[in-house]
Design a protein around this ligand. Structure first.
Ligand SMILES: [Zn+2]
Length: 388
């Protein structure tokens, strides 16, 4: 069935006996190495513009990608995911010439309500009801350590209102929780999503158990924000930017956003001189286009705020800036959603908007409970877009 769908959707011309394979992107592999290995012209990479080259550096290790081959093992098409919403598409045009573009992933969004009574633990019960470990993890993350999930007892209740993506019939990718309600020993705690952050019903932001600090001592401006896919109206193509760019003078110190261990220091095609730091709780940060590194080695521990390198313009860059990426379990997330900011409550117009959302979300979940509506069908063939 999967094979058939693949052919129907992606086959541009008809060949006999095409074989679809799902493969795993090995860590350390690059798009350039991939093209070389399959005797695909390297010009496909070299002719990409600066931002697309940078994007091509974002293929996550261990990600599943798909190839379509003919009976002689020649690649007809390749689909390599870059984010939940974008993939690299390599294919042959009608002149049998290889082409490469970035295509949006076509998916449907569905909003669901899930209610359950605890039998074992929140993590396990949410997983067993939904079939999704991503949902379990998203629930734990939403509360940011503000409640102790270990104190949940049998017969406590959990309610979730969330949005998930579905592609070719399968659930995949990140899940957005809009509202989560958890009883801990009969005491109910609720969080509501607003502007990419979680707030208590009072409008007070939930304290994060893991926080990063701005990774640069001073910068002129944020020159590019995080997006997982967006259509560029002038270039007429799809783009993503999986990090935050800070425009700053060459040589400006770059600081470690948190305590951690250096797990990569060196050069990478699009990102030039790049450094990666592994933090606790599955977070990794990336600092790209550096002019030089501080005296550091792979495996060395760094403290939050420690100078780890200096702003530059190495790799695919048009001017000096720091490209700062944050990854949670190998997947790029918006750096600004985990950067430390002064915690204060919502006020004014924002508070009003938030209150309206709280009312709406609460109503949706309440209706579900009072009408005794069933939970969403358990996703049996749940597809983790990126292997965790
Ligand atoms: Zn960037």
């Amino acid at each position: 069935m999967k094979k058939l769908l693949f052919l129907l959707i992606f086959c541009t011309h008809s060949f006999a006996a095409l074989i679809m394979e799902e493969l795993t992107w090995e860590s350390g592999d690059t798009l350039l190495m991939f093209l070389q290995r399959h005797s695909i012209p390297l010009a496909l990479y070299y002719e990409l513009d600066r931002e697309d080259k940078e994007l091509a550096s974002e293929i996550a290790s261990k990600i599943k990608y798909q190839v379509l081959k003919d009976e002689n093992e020649n690649l007809e098409q390749v689909l390599i995911p870059i984010s939940d919403e974008l993939f690299i598409h390599i294919y042959k045009n009608k002149d049998n010439k290889y082409m490469l573009d970035f295509s949006p992933t076509i998916y449907e969004l569905e909003k669901n309500v899930l209610n359950l009574t605890i039998k074992n633990s929140a993590y396990q019960d949410v997983y067993e009801t939904s079939g999704s470990t991503t949902l379990s993890r998203a629930l734990l993350r939403a509360f940011k350590g503000s409640i102790n999930f270990r104190n949940i007892r049998k017969n406590d209740k959990v309610s979730l209102y969330y949005e998930q993506k579905r592609r070719l019939g399968k659930v995949y990718g990140d899940i957005t929780i809009y509202m989560a309600s958890v009883q801990v020993n009969k005491k109910t705690s609720e969080v509501y999503r607003f502007d990419d952050n979680f707030y208590a019903k009072s409008g007070k932001e939930i304290g994060a158990s893991f926080l990063l600090t701005t990774p640069i001592s001073n910068f002129k401006r944020i020159s590019s924000h995080f997006t997982t896919a967006r259509f560029h109206p002038i270039l007429k193509k799809y783009r993503a930017h999986l990090g935050t760019d800070y425009a700053a003078a060459t040589g400006t110190p770059v600081l470690s956003a948190g305590n951690g261990v250096v797990n990569f220091i060196g050069s990478q095609n699009g990102y030039g001189k790049v450094l990666k730091i592994q933090h606790s709780s599955g977070y990794t940060t990336l600092y790209a286009h550096l002019s030089r590194f501080a005296k550091l080695k792979k495996g060395q521990s760094v403290r939050q705020g420690q100078t780890i390198g200096y702003v530059g313009s190495t790799g695919m860059s048009t001017g000096p800036h720091l490209h700062f990426g944050v990854y949670l379990n190998n997947k790029a997330i918006n750096p600004l959603s985990v950067i430390k900011v002064a915690k204060k409550g919502l006020e004014g117009a924002k508070k009003e908007k938030f209150n309206a959302l709280v009312k709406e979300y609460k109503q949706i979940v309440q209706n579900h409970i009072s009408q005794n509506l069933p939970n969403p069908i358990k996703a049996m063939d749940y597809e983790n877009f990126i292997e965790f």
